[in-house]
Design a protein around this ligand. Sequence first.
Ligand SMILES: CC(C)(COP(=O)(O)OP(=O)(O)OC[C@H]1O[C@@H](n2cnc3c(N)ncnc32)[C@H](O)[C@@H]1OP(=O)(O)O)[C@@H](O)C(=O)NCCC(=O)NCCS
Length: 174
Amino acid sequence: MKIKFATIDESEEIILLAQESFKGIFRVIGDVIRSSCEKNNILIATDNNEVIGYMRVIVDTLNPHIHISEMGVKSEHRGQGVGKQLIDELQKLSNSYPLTVKTNIANDFYKKMKFEFVGHDFSKNGKHKYEILILGEYNYSLIKALKGTRPRHTCSLKDLKNIPKNKSLLGIVT
Ligand SMILES: CC(C)(COP(=O)(O)OP(=O)(O)OC[C@H]1O[C@@H](n2cnc3c(N)ncnc32)[C@H](O)[C@@H]1OP(=O)(O)O)[C@@H](O)C(=O)NCCC(=O)NCCS
């Protein structure tokens, strides 16, 4: 199994995997996946060139952290360590910035990956309650940011490796 950045050529396969993973939970928007591939914000796990897992992220440069928007593993490959390898690779690429997620469906998976529960958030219509989970160092302003609107200052995950550790991400937009 290989973990790598997804290219636009893999986007349609990722969309099918996302639709399978989130059937009945939320509607997958193809253009969001395509644009995230183009911006180097999707990691995939492949087995013999077949996409068996994916993870889509948003890198917030204002309140530096890497947010896992969603991830999914093909049902026949679940429980074989694919999700863990995606998280491990993200940590390697993270340049020590914290990883965050908001979820109400795979909370125990992330907790097993050592994410810490820091609070709750709700969907816009108030119908859905999510746990906010963080792996790495965090402060109050990060939790506040996670409860707020989508980050407006972002960069690509691939670009993080070029940024010296502990350097502010402020102003870095790609
Ligand atoms: C959640 C998901 C990504 C996990 O991927 P995976 O490849 O099956 O996970 P792994 O095999 O790497 O599991 C790592 C560990 O977490 C555990 N685990 C996996 N999914 C779990 C879950 N839903 N609840 C609790 N523990 C879970 C595994 O048992 C394993 O434990 P171990 O190390 O003691 O053996 C996958 O089940 C999936 O695609 N689910 C549907 C979509 C979803 O819920 N996505 C996440 C929300 S965005």
